[in-house]
Design a binder for this molecule. Sequence first.
Ligand SMILES: [Zn+2]
Ligand SMILES: [Zn+2]
Length: 263
Amino acid sequence: MLIDSHCHLDFKDFDEDRDAVLSRAKAAGVDMMVTISTKITEAEKIIKLAESDDALVCSVGIHPHEAGSEPETSAEALVDWARHDKVVGIGETGLDYFYEHSPRDAQQRNFRAHIEACRISRLPLIVHARDADEDTADILEDEMGKGDYPGLIHCFTAGPELARRALDIGFYISISGIATFKSAGDLRETIKSVPLERLLVETDSPYLAPVPHRGKRNEPSFVADTAAMLAELKGVSVEELAQATTDNFFNLFTKARRPAAQA
Ligand SMILES: [Zn+2]
Ligand SMILES: [Zn+2]
């Protein structure tokens, strides 16, 4: 069994064949997928999607790209949404200084509101960090000082410093198909320093399809290709890698329930 800890199945990229995408994922052994929220104004829509299939759960949150355009949210509003059965995490949130689609101060306020929601709800924080390693780690540590909360860095592409600081505060690191790219040698070196018991695996579909699907639309079934590369990198069998990342997922996403066959 594999889990795709981060995908965007609500995106219109999947409107034509969403059912087939889900079937292919299950056929590939992907028994659970977390479809990730980017806009709080679409929280209801993503919860409905998660309700449509037993293999789906979801998050609620505002992507840093949308921090300037979505209505400013509060921890309380996020916690309210998070009461729903299918909501297992808060995000994705964080900082993106590469695209900087939203002003940095709006991104930071949004990020901190999500952290506060995790502290209250005890659901994990799903962090997006791009070209913002230092500020991301500073905010995570500063907030940790106010009271602990669980979380992960998703689609990890940062350097060893953010990995170390995230691991030090108890965070998990989720690896996407980027790690399979030929050019990602430095990233693979960083991943070697992350303990197996802190790794998760994801697609971030529809983006970033792993080798050998690179350039195509990504989908959850392709998480198997990233898992195979990770197993090789960590020197374990694919089965061991799958078992470890699945166990890690349920250790972090405590509200998600194992599918019946796994329980
Ligand atoms: Zn992201
Ligand atoms: Zn995402």
